[in-house]
Design a protein around this ligand. Sequence first.
Ligand code: KIV
Ligand code: NA
Length: 278
Amino acid sequence: KQALNIVKMKKMKKDKIPLTVLTAYDYPSARLAEEAGVDMLLIGDSLGNVVLGYDSTIPVTIDDIVYHTRAVARGAQSTFIVADLPFMTYHGSIDETLRNVRRLMQEGHAHAVKLEGGKEIAATVQTIVQSGVPVVGHIGLTPQSVNQIGGYRVQGKDELDAKRLIEDAKALEQAGAFAIVLELVTEQVASIITSELSIPTIGIGAGRDCDGQVIVFHDLLKYSPDYRDKRFVKTYADIGAQIRSSISEYVSDVKKRQFPGPEHVFTAEDGVVDNLYG
Ligand code: KIV
Ligand code: NA
């Protein structure tokens, strides 16, 4: 049933067909994204910021990601689904890492997992891949290490940093990753990495030459109470403003007794009610 797989993705890179990736956190958004033709859905730990109201991804737990992955999987039954391994869920023992991976796959119904890091995480990537689970790498700005990086800053700006990113990307490919997310990387460095790897790169704030693009659902739609423009985001709607004004109309209608209207009420002639929950 699933439309895409990791073999087809590699072929898409060869054929220069861009890979479209979107984050998703629940059933309706996942289903709408599938109907809109997205290639891959990512249950990102950006969940923490955009859905759970934290100010970083660090508080997000494996339980959070499992719960939301399940909902996404119910909504998008024909789409390739990747789930993030959250902060500190892949840095302990191999047993603990594989237990968390198992939960994302078996309880969440993901098709692959994503984790942050370069060379230092390559052995972990290899272990997960050897267990039969496809892995997406993630380098550049890695939000789980924000306290170490000292802020959300562009990566790959000097020669040393560029060299490190290219080596990290190669180490991840070597370890068996089937794709790599490049976050907030200069266009030049992302372009070099993309041309030197045989696996697809998926960019976010990483320029025009990546094999695919990923964007956060809530950014694409401005679905946030306090959305602030980001250079690397293109917004396609202002859903936050629409939600706020729609709810305010509802509040005002009830206050003014304009809702419910005559068309919304029941009389003794009515029977079964359609389109209810349950
Ligand atoms: O958590 C997330 O949404 C991500 C993407 C930004 C790649 O990791
Ligand atoms: Na993430």
